[in-house]
Ligand binder design. Structure first.
Ligand SMILES: N[C@@H](CCC(=O)N[C@@H](CS)C(=O)NCC(=O)O)C(=O)O
Length: 84
């Protein structure tokens, strides 16, 4: 299984939804909480091509995007192969 990184904040329903979906899939992830860490959030944004919202999710080297993007992969049947 590839390394999964998720940048999150504490009061973020989309973050909880993304983590819940990954957990449902049995996928372990590394969470980077940027709630009180603006410099790491700025770095996240730079890595994410300018996207500022959380969550931002990487599966391996692939930048997936936010929860909507993760969920779209799931709906298209493309998430399981990425996690394999
Ligand atoms: N469509 C995005 C929405 C994410 C979103 O709106 N996140 C909020 C926190 S729950 C946020 O980061 N808002 C601040 C911003 O957009 O810069 C997703 O599915 O991840």
């Amino acid at each position: 299984m590839p390394t999964i990184k998720i940048y999150s904040t504490k009061l973020c329903p989309f973050c909880y939804a993304a983590k819940s979906l990954l957990t449902k899939k049995g996928a372990a992830y590394e969470e980077i909480d940027v709630t009180f860490d603006p410099s790491t959030r700025a770095k996240m944004s730079e890595l994410a091509g300018g996207r500022t919202s959380v969550p931002q999710i990487w599966i391996g080297e692939r930048h997936v995007g936010g929860f909507d993007d993760l969920n779209a992969l799931e709906a298209a049947g493309e998430l399981d192969p990425l996690l394999a």
